[in-house]
Design a protein around this ligand. Structure first.
Ligand SMILES: NC(=O)c1ccc[n+]([C@@H]2O[C@H](COP(=O)([O-])OP(=O)(O)OC[C@H]3O[C@@H](n4cnc5c(N)ncnc54)[C@H](O)[C@@H]3O)[C@@H](O)[C@H]2O)c1
Length: 390
């Protein structure tokens, strides 16, 4: 039986673990991120079997199948999604296609890993989460940075009470990926109305650190206020190869109040000088503070530092070995290191019978709701209360 090898509904039915055989995966999209992160993650884990790779560009699917050893290739996602011998569909296509492909996979009874966002309106992501729940299927978003060894260690320390009562959360995702206007911009509509600012960095770069906000602070935002700015007005668009006026947010900042009394700030940009991925997360509380930085510099992809009221100078912590995927270590490149932990975690959730499903479409819906609330705040120049109307 495909995908739904058993039943699970959150808070009710339990999904039967996939046991006695490998978990069969079909990957949709064989572009840059699939070949840099997703496929290396799947093939690294002996519990996984790569059944098929699909790309509308068949040549890319074939090349990836040869490199990563998939059994079959296709140009049509439906042919993969509807297979009986697939348990998990991995959606790694351009963002505007995610919702259609993820919904089709869920309708076909497959567990789904989907790159963020599932959809641009949080209500659609909620629909996908509800569909998964009604069918007893597990879902996971590509929240890569939850799974960095240093971030997993930070989460453990926070859960153990290292920071005490959370006061202030600060987060950044910023690098200079598109500072040069000649770097071809993908995932953009060249015909969009240039008088209206399109959300871009907040969606692509904001989502991961918004996700980490609720995970680390232990509470969602109750209200937000933000600003977005277009710094580089003209860029080469990949789809046309032309220099075009593109009015998108390539830098943004928002403030938020959490329901549990903490406060926070999030800043993202892809035109700020610095290296990938450019994440920094800080949590300050009544008993201590932790700063985790995921910026690959001089061969080191991440650092975690902590301080207490008695020892206020931040000291670097060593990440325990248990947080690394098999064969991983503190000098592995971030693309493969973090994602290997994500695919490992999903395989754990599918094979061990745990009811856990972290970084799921429900988490994705909340993240998208925050993004949608900040968009309203920016366009209406005001604080916005959460939750938003359903
Ligand atoms: N989580 C992260 O840290 C992270 C990092 C980079 C990219 N991403 C996300 O990953 C996704 C893919 O990004 P990318 O850089 O690999 O883009 P890409 O353009 O390099 O690759 C996407 C591939 O999908 C294929 N495709 C398009 N529509 C398809 C369809 N209907 N069926 C099958 N294949 C289809 C394209 O031909 C292309 O090869 C995006 O949503 C991006 O935002 C996430």
């Amino acid at each position: 039986m495909a995908g739904g090898d058993g039943e699970r509904v959150e808070g009710g039915n339990i999904m039967m673990p996939i046991e006695g055989r490998r978990v069969r995966v079909g990957v949709l999209g064989a572009g840059r991120w699939a070949t840099m992160a997703h496929l290396p993650g799947w093939v690294r884990d002996p519990r996984c079997e790569l059944v098929a790779i699909c790309d509308v560009d068949r040549g890319l699917a074939e090349a990836a199948a040869e490199t990563f050893g998939a059994g079959d290739v296709s140009e049509d996602y439906r042919a993969v999604v509807e297979r009986d011998d697939v348990d998990v569909i991995d959606v790694c296509t351009p963002s505007h296609t995610h919702f259609e492909l993820a919904m089709a996979a869920l309708e076909s009874g497959k567990h789904v890993l989907c790159e963020k966002p599932v959809a641009f309106d949080f209500r659609d992501t909620l629909r996908a989460a509800d569909l998964a729940r009604s069918k007893g299927l597990k879902t996971k978003l590509g929240f890569t940075f939850r799974y960095s060894p240093a971030m997993l260690y930070m989460k453990e320390l926070v859960d153990q009470g290292f920071c005490g009562e959370p006061f202030i959360y600060n987060a950044y995702e910023q690098n200079s990926q598109w500072l040069d206007p000649q770097t071809p911009l993908r995932q953009v509509d060249p015909n969009a109305d240039p008088t209206r600012l399109q959300t871009s960095s907040l969606e692509g770069y904001g989502a991961p650190v918004i996700d980490l906000a609720r995970w680390m602070v232990g509470s969602g935002f109750s209200s937000v206020v933000g600003t977005m700015k277009n710094f580089v007005p003209e860029r080469v668009v990949r789809a046309t190869g032309q220099m075009t006026r593109i009015n998108l947010d390539d830098g943004d900042i928002f403030l938020g109040e959490f329901a549990n009394g903490a406060i926070g700030s999030v800043q993202t940009s892809f035109v700020t000088v610095g290296n990938y991925p450019g994440i920094e997360v800080r949590l300050y509380g009544s008993k201590g503070a932790i700063i985790t930085r995921l910026v690959q510099e001089f061969g080191i992809p991440e650092t975690i530092k902590a301080a207490t009221p008695d020892e206020v100078e931040f000291k670097e912590l060593e990440v325990p070995e248990r947080f690394y995927p098999t064969g991983g270590g503190p000098r592995e490149d971030w693309h493969t290191l973090f994602y290997a932990n994500l695919t490992k975690n999903f395989l754990d959730e599918l094979t061990t019978g745990t009811t856990e499903n972290q970084g799921s479409f429900d988490d994705g819906a909340w993240v998208q709701e925050v993004i949608n609330a900040v968009e309203i705040s920016v366009h209406e120049r005001r604080w916005v209360e959460m939750p938003l109307p359903r």
